[in-house]
Design a protein around this ligand. Structure first.
Ligand code: NAD
Length: 362
């Protein structure tokens, strides 16, 4: 185990971000104590909290702290107070989170969807669709596509207001994310489903061409190209057919929220946003959940499992990641649940209590 302290930039953000991030830190500290790893945390502002304090969603200090850290541990940003600010670059997500991901070179978002056996009844699907275990890894392209393409504007055309978003991908961007998906599949069950809309979109046709070409370098991995709408349906019909799902930024965003319900709640899914130059940005897939913020009832498990991904990818500590996962499993097996995954007869606990329970098990 490394003897140096890992520098972690901690960016709780808004809404439930400030409630869930401390639960992840509790678990990191518990792992640190068991395995003799030191973490040096520095907290900084991002999103609406940063707008309120210093007038911008991604202050320079936050950006430089993040760039100089070994990893960024992120909560969530956004809320009604800031989501309609003008210009758009002043808003928490497009002005805070997106440029942060871009600056860190975090082009690959790894989103595992793992259904814990004891939560099968919390899923929106019939239990038989999940029995025997469900373990899907989404590899979502994160810094290109329609969220970033220019122009992105409104124009007056013949007396009508027209809004334009541009979807653009280069072969380079597609190739590097495809390699990431095939490399991940190689360590798993060796199956990649690549999702696109090659029937109607030019970017998707290039996506399919490049992914198919990259697949030739991985003869041990099976590639299936699937239309995104079909994938949405197949996830509900037979989710166990999937191992790695490779998707662009938009389709990955939509399909992972859908897949979250296989796991019972958005509050269960972690993610790692990684690239080549930096240790990465670690963020649960959900948002700031303003509807439940400030009530200590958010599910912190997505964030706790995100801490586990950080240990695996940024801190060379797969043992710590396994420890966290086992602790979560054991707490769930004992019937403890936050309200979003509550089932009859379970013990409903708060966000902070769930953090305590998992940290104690570690
Ligand atoms: P959301 O993910 O915040 O919430 C959707 C629903 O899921 C809500 O009912 C919420 O209560 C529930 N939920 C989410 N996380 C939960 C958790 N950990 N435990 C229990 N329940 C949970 O999405 P939204 O409501 O569409 O967006 C709210 C705000 O978050 C917006 O401002 C949006 O822009 C922002 N957002 C931020 C991110 C991010 O920071 N990565 C991602 C998505 C949305």
């Amino acid at each position: 185990m490394s003897s140096r302290a890992y520098k972690i930039a901690v960016l709780p953000g808004d809404g439930i971000g400030v409630e869930i991030v401390p639960q992840g830190i509790k678990c990191l500290d518990a792992v640190g104590a068991r395995l003799g790893i030191a973490f040096e945390y520095t907290e900084a502002l991002v999103g609406g909290a940063a707008i309120d304090a210093v007038g911008v969603p991604l202050p320079d200090d936050t950006l430089s702290l993040s760039m100089q850290s070994d990893a960024v541990f992120f909560g969530a940003v956004g809320g009604a107070k800031w989501d309609n600010l003008q210009p758009v670059s002043m808003r928490p997500e497009p002005g805070g989170l997106f440029p942060l991901r871009k600056a860190l070179g975090a082009y690959a978002n790894l989103r595992p969807v793992v259904v814990f056996e004891s939560l099968i009844s919390a899923s929106s699907l019939k239990p038989d669709r999940m029995e025997g275990g469900l373990d899907i890894l989404f590899v979502r392209e994160l810094t290109g596509g329609i969220y970033f393409g220019k122009p992105k504007e409104r124009r007056e055309v013949d007396g009508e207001t027209v809004a334009i978003d541009t979807c653009s991908y280069s072969d380079f961007e597609i190739r590097r994310i495809a390699h990431m998906a095939f490399l991940q599949a190689r360590r798993r069950r060796g199956i990649v489903h690549s999702v696109d809309k090659a029937n109607v979109m030019e970017t998707s046709r290039l996506w399919r061409e490049v992914v198919t070409e990259v697949a030739e370098q991985y003869p041990d991995v099976t590639l299936t190209n699937m239309l995104a709408d079909n994938c949405g349906m197949q996830l509900l019909r037979d989710p166990k057919q999937f191992d790695v799902i490779l998707a662009d930024n938009l389709f990955g965003d939509l399909l992972t929220d859908e897949a979250a319900m296989l796991a019972g709640s958005l509050g269960m899914l972690p993610s790692a946003s990684v690239g080549e130059q930096h240790g990465g940005l670690y963020e649960p897939i959900h948002g700031s959940a303003p509807d439940i913020a400030g009530q200590d009832k958010a599910n912190p498990i997505a964030t706790i499992l995100t801490a586990a991904m950080m240990l695996r990818y940024a801190c060379e500590c797969p043992d710590g990641a396994v420890m966290i996962r086992s602790a979560v499993e054991s707490v769930l097996d004992d019937g403890y649940r936050t309200v979003d995954i509550a089932t009859p007869g379970c013990d409903v606990v708060s966000c902070s209590k769930m953090g305590d329970l998992v940290a104690q098990r570690i």
